[in-house]
Design a protein around this ligand. Structure first.
Ligand SMILES: [Mn+2]
Length: 328
């Protein structure tokens, strides 16, 4: 099935529904949570009874989203029935996680999404693979329904597009992303405050962890490759969570002259999570793939067996090989 924007049929389902369940994807990010909450508030303003569901808890950083505390677990709604279920930013049914149980509790199922790999799994699919965030489609849907955009809805829609576009820096950022943001400013969007919370504020634990990672920074191949690592001990002594290491690899690739960077994170089960980054035209997807992982050309990852030093050695030799092949 062709993936196209299709707000009208979704709007028609919404108009004829009284009880509506909205579902975010597993390991939720700013787009799925912001888009889901914006839609919830918009539909409630039309008099609908709306519940929001997610398998996993809201990450601490995104607790600032208006309504973030209202997410429910699907197992707590096992006896409930819904006229309509809408999956939001969920690229395939498996990404609903335990929320898949809601499919059997809903009379109709629709989805709003922007992933090109989406198999159009719902009865009604509003999917645009060229949209940089699902929130652009949610905004369009709210406009079709003549919903009045409030400051809280604006915060949710903005958080979604700002996080999915790397704060409007990724190559797939569109003019529409800016035009929606421009309109949201007129509804009182606190731009500077939201950007501070999303992109600049860190916890003390996160900063301690970053300091330790930077201490391990090593250069290879005449400064073209960098490596960093964090052991289980680092996480325990810093009181940090695994996700606090997520953006650390970027420090390694943002150094002048560097073409590839690796950040190795030892997990509690002894396995080592490898994050890889590169600067175009250098690629790291082949390195990740050769070690059982995957991802994009300039951002990929894999999980390898420990111990940490041996794992890093394996990945580094694959990186060196790729770099020498690219040179020839
Ligand atoms: Mn998204």
């Amino acid at each position: 099935m062709e993936l196209i924007r299709n707000p009208e049929p979704v709007a028609a389902l919404i108009r004829s529904a009284e009880t509506i369940a909205l579902c975010s994807h597993v390991s939720p990010d700013g787009d799925t949570l912001g888009s889901t909450l914006a839609l919830k508030m918009g539909l409630e303003s039309l008099g609908k009874r709306v519940s929001v569901f997610c398998q996993d808890p809201v990450p601490a950083k995104l607790n600032m989203l208006p309504g973030a505390e209202q997410f429910r677990r699907p197992e707590d709604a096992a006896q409930e029935r819904f006229d309509l279920l809408i999956a939001v930013d969920v690229s395939d049914q498996a990404r609903m996680g335990t929320c898949q149980s809601l499919l059997a509790q809903a009379a109709q199922v629709a989805q709003v999404d922007h992933h090109g790999t989406n198999p159009a799994y719902a009865q009604v699919n509003d999917v645009d693979p060229h949209a940089p965030a699902t929130s652009l489609l949610v905004k369009e849907l709210l406009d079709v329904l003549h919903v009045t955009i409030t400051r809280d809805i604006a915060i949710c829609l903005y958080t979604a597009v700002a996080t999915d576009t790397g704060n409007f820096a990724f190559s797939y950022t569109t003019a529409e992303a800016f035009s929606m943001t421009s309109e949201l400013m007129s509804y009182g969007l606190p731009l500077s405050e939201i950007n501070r919370l999303l992109f600049r504020q860190r916890t003390p634990q996160q900063l301690s962890l970053l300091a330790r990672a930077l201490n391990t920074l090593a250069f290879h191949e005449n400064g073209q490759i960098t490596t960093m690592s964090l052991s289980q001990r680092d996480f325990i002594e810093c009181g940090a969570l695994p996700e606090h290491a997520d953006a650390v690899v970027n420090y390694g690739v943002e150094i002048v002259g560097v073409k590839m960077a690796m950040m190795a994170r030892e997990d509690a089960d002894g396995t080592v999570k490898i994050a890889l980054r590169s600067i175009e035209p250098a690629r790291v997807d082949g390195v990740a793939f050769s070690l059982g992982g995957g991802g994009h050309a300039q951002a990929s990852g894999c999980t390898v067996e420990g111990p940490l030093d041996a794992a890093m050695e394996r990945v580094l030799s694959a990186m060196k090989k790729t770099l020498s092949e690219e040179r020839t």
